[in-house]
Design a binder for this molecule. Structure first.
Ligand SMILES: *Cc1c(COP(=O)(O)O)cnc(C)c1O
Length: 382
């Protein structure tokens, strides 16, 4: 069938509607659009939903990771263990603070680092580890912390993909000293761009709040609130990593929809599983024993017993108007990090990067559209 005869199926479609429009309109009408009361309201709602004590809203998850490393005291001369199997921001954050990323391999079932792969990557200079809930699959955080904490190594959770996933019965990130979240439209909640840093440490939260706003002693919102504001001071070099109230207003609405969005995604993921689990050569990612995934990226591994390889299957899907995506990248294959790990040294990462693709999955995916995807997977020759 020709693409012209059927609508395109995207890999992801954000769920935005009249409630978000009304929330943004109200902020515009209030006359205060930069970081202010809506950001504060979003922070407390997010902290409560994620069962953490402190939430600091920032411009995106990349800046949240950067701040996490700064408040944890990571800098030049330090090593930070990260998975290469992640969006490149996970590796860039240590680089921004002058530290060196050191790559740990991942587990083939989850796509996440484990206590074993992290242990194998530790160096005498390791001061931090960034673990990722890759594609929404919860990482086994406690196992990694048990290895790191006796050595004084801080574990930061990159929960960019993780909103709505659970670990041991609580939201992912709830048990982390520091966790970083993304509200990019490719993730589960969106504010257009946006991020959050959550932490159990009030001192780190206070420093992150100051650093996101140039380390100013008085916030812009407080300065605006007083007619004659006291002179501000700058205790150190900070950043402009602020979120706007326009974004936060959208985030508050999106957060209220999170349980429904994740519930719907899990129903759709379960249907994919039922329909394709008997296909030889395809393996669909699944919940680990310690938690549940929001399936932010529902990936399937295409192995040699399937009639097509991953690239050919992507083309077959595209021919049917379906926009699947290559799986997660490997940072050590890209120019800034090639010198840190040679090909062949991260075998599971390389295998998953070469053989996986991400299936269309979103809240409003219809059964009919899902059937079109399943039909191609079952009969890729058409
Ligand atoms: C998307 C993503 C990021 C970056 O998020 P931004 O909000 O776009 O900066 C970081 N880490 C992981 C694992 C991601 O998937």
């Amino acid at each position: 069938m020709s693409v012209l005869q059927q609508s395109r199926i995207n890999v992801m479609t954000p769920w935005l509607g009249a409630d978000e429009v009304a929330a943004v309109t109200a902020v515009i009408e209030s006359g205060w659009v930069a970081q202010g009361p809506k950001v504060a309201e979003f922070e407390s709602a997010f902290a409560q939903a994620m069962q953490t004590t402190e939430a600091v809203a920032v411009s995106n998850c990349t800046t949240a990771l950067h701040l996490a490393l700064v408040v944890a005291g990571i800098g030049p001369g330090d090593d930070v263990v990260v998975p290469s199997f992640s969006f490149i921001a996970t590796s860039n954050a240590p680089t921004y603070v002058g530290a060196r990323p050191v790559f740990a391999d991942v587990d083939a079932q989850t796509g996440n680092v484990t206590a074993e792969t992290v242990s194998a990557a530790l160096t005498p200079e390791t001061r931090a580890v960034i673990v990722v809930d890759q594609g929404g699959i919860p990482v086994d955080l406690d196992a990694v912390r048990a290895v790191c904490e006796p050595l004084g190594i801080v574990v930061i959770e990159d929960a960019a993909c993780g909103a709505g996933s659970t670990y041991k019965g609580r939201p992912v990130g709830a048990g982390a000293e520091l966790a970083a979240w993304s509200f990019h439209p490719r993730k589960i909640l969106t504010t257009g761009e946006g991020g959050m840093l959550t932490t159990s440490n009030p001192k780190w939260a206070a420093r992150a709040r100051a650093l996101r706003e140039h380390a100013m002693s008085i916030s812009a919102a407080d300065r605006h609130a007083s007619l004659v504001s006291p002179p501000e001071e700058y205790a150190e070099i900070g950043y402009n990593f602020r979120m706007t109230d326009l974004q936060a207003a959208v985030g508050i609405v999106q957060l209220s929809k999170l349980p429904e969005v994740v519930g719907r995604r899990r129903v759709n993921a379960a249907r994919y599983r039922r329909e394709i689990e008997d296909i030889r050569g395809l393996r669909l990612v699944d919940d680990p024993e310690w938690g549940t995934s929001n399936f932010q990226s529902l990936w399937v591994e295409v192995d040699a017993s399937y009639p097509l390889d991953r690239e050919q299957l992507l083309v077959a899907l595209a021919d049917a108007g379906i926009s699947a995506r290559r799986g997660i990248m490997a940072a050590h294959r890209h120019a800034p990090y090639r010198h840190l790990a040679s090909e062949g040294t991260l075998p599971v990462t390389e295998r998953l990067t070469d053989r996986t693709l991400i299936l269309p999955l979103f809240h409003t995916l219809t059964t009919a559209d899902q059937d079109r995807v399943i039909a191609v997977l079952r009969n890729p020759g058409g």
